[in-house]
Write a protein of this length. Structure first.
Length: 155
């Protein structure tokens, strides 16, 4: 069996992070986790573009626009949707997931889903750099691996 998988090699090219401002205290920690992983894997800080959008709903169209331009090796979408007392959570979380998945299918580069969808603020904090790690860092690792995998699949 011939196995093809991505490696954690230093990626070439620019990487875009699209981050929502809503729940900014959580998302800022995700951004810092992603940036830290990228820099530790050899990406220069100057090769990272941070694009801010109002909320998680706006992540997908901006991620798709960036990915379709061909100027980035990967796009990482970071946000945080916390369940509340209304159905707003289902609409926003579902639209963000579906939109980012559609952007990933349409793009010529990896588009990574790094949106926390949690029941409460405590769960969000736990996934933004405390006891459950940093999901922004995980998203950056996925981007690095997928950049290498895409290169192998296009070779």
């Amino acid at each position: 069996m011939h196995v093809i998988e991505g490696a954690f090699a230093t990626p070439r090219g620019r990487i875009a992070i699209v981050a929502s401002r809503f729940n900014g205290h959580i998302v800022d920690a995700l951004v810092e986790g992603a940036r830290d992983v990228l820099v530790r894997h050899g990406v220069s800080d100057e090769a990272i573009d941070l694009v801010r959008v109002p909320g998680a709903f706006e992540l997908a169209p901006v991620a798709e626009k960036l990915a379709s331009r061909g100027s980035h090796a990967a796009v990482i979408a970071l946000g945080c949707v916390i369940r509340g007392a209304t159905t707003h959570f289902e609409h926003v979380a579902g639209a963000a997931a579906a939109g980012i998945a559609a952007a990933a299918r349409a793009a010529g580069c990896p588009v990574i889903f790094g949106v926390l969808t949690t029941e409460n603020i405590e769960q969000a904090i736990e996934r933004a750099g405390t006891k459950h790690g940093n999901r922004g860092a995980d998203a950056a690792l996925a981007a690095i691996e997928m950049i290498d995998l895409y290169a192998k699949l296009h070779a």
